[in-house]
Design a protein. Structure first.
Length: 249
């Protein structure tokens, strides 16, 4: 199985995890120890400092690391904190950034058509994935409201828990064709098998949540899940590779 992690970060957060990874090189060392081939990554300063600072640190960190693909953070742009959209998309392309994140609760805005319609319409048209973290600045009501306005948005819900969260994300998988969930905290006995039986393997992405979670836990769960090999291969990395390849920058 070739693992492509959809949910990992580097940098020193304000609240330190057990084993922080200050640099991209440190992250790659951890990936090598655990057998992860590639990762879609972000820099913790995108949340803890500012998106502009964190985006720049991420681009610098992954510049010479072909195994790492970037995920930047955006804000509503009424205050012109970012360049015009065509320029921003070009910068994404040059920095090997293929996905975006928002932290609306932490950064004090609402992720909806009023505040971010230009961003979100472009993401829908270009199939650029948006990552929403239930651990940082997003609640389930935000996810539901956003998708009601942009039902064709490629949206990855990550950092959800294992106790009862199915009741929150299974309706989204049923209704919206481009919603995906990561596996970072889905250590539930029989959980992967049940999800694949109900929703198919195509909508699940391997994510570790590293360094706030261990890489090996979900890797072991997926390796030993009672699933066909093709389903495991898709979840481990094939689905994420497809989503990123479909993004038009």
């Amino acid at each position: 199985m070739r693992f492509f992690d959809c949910n990992a970060f580097f940098g020193l957060p304000m609240v330190r995890p057990l084993a922080p990874v200050p640099t991209a090189a440190d992250l790659l060392d951890a990936m090598d120890r655990n057998g992860i081939e590639r990762a879609l990554v972000w820099h913790i300063a995108q949340h803890d400092d500012s998106p502009q600072t964190g985006n720049a640190l991420l681009a610098q960190g992954i510049r010479d690391q072909p195994r790492l693909t970037g995920c930047w953070t955006i804000l509503p742009n009424q205050a012109r904190e970012f360049p015009p959209l065509p320029v921003f998309l070009r910068q994404m392309r040059e920095a090997r950034v293929r996905a975006l994140r928002v932290f609306p609760g932490s950064h004090r805005f609402l992720a909806n058509a009023v505040s971010m319609g230009d961003w979100l319409e472009a993401m829908v048209a270009r199939r650029i994935p948006l990552f929403l973290s239930l651990r940082r600045g997003v609640e389930w009501r935000d996810v539901y409201a956003l998708l009601a306005e942009f039902p064709e948005l490629v949206c990855v819900v990550c950092d959800h828990g294992c106790w009862g969260e199915d009741r929150m994300f299974r309706p989204l998988l049923e209704r919206y064709p481009y919603v995906y969930v990561d596996t970072a905290h889905y250590l539930l006995d029989g959980g992967l098998e049940s999800l694949v039986a109900g929703c198919g393997a195509r909508r699940l992405l391997f994510g570790s949540g590293f360094p706030e979670s261990y890489m090996g836990g979900m890797m072991m769960a997926l390796r030993h899940a009672r699933l066909p090999d093709e389903a495991k291969t898709a979840i481990a990395g094939g689905n994420l590779a497809r989503i990123l390849e479909e993004a038009q920058l």
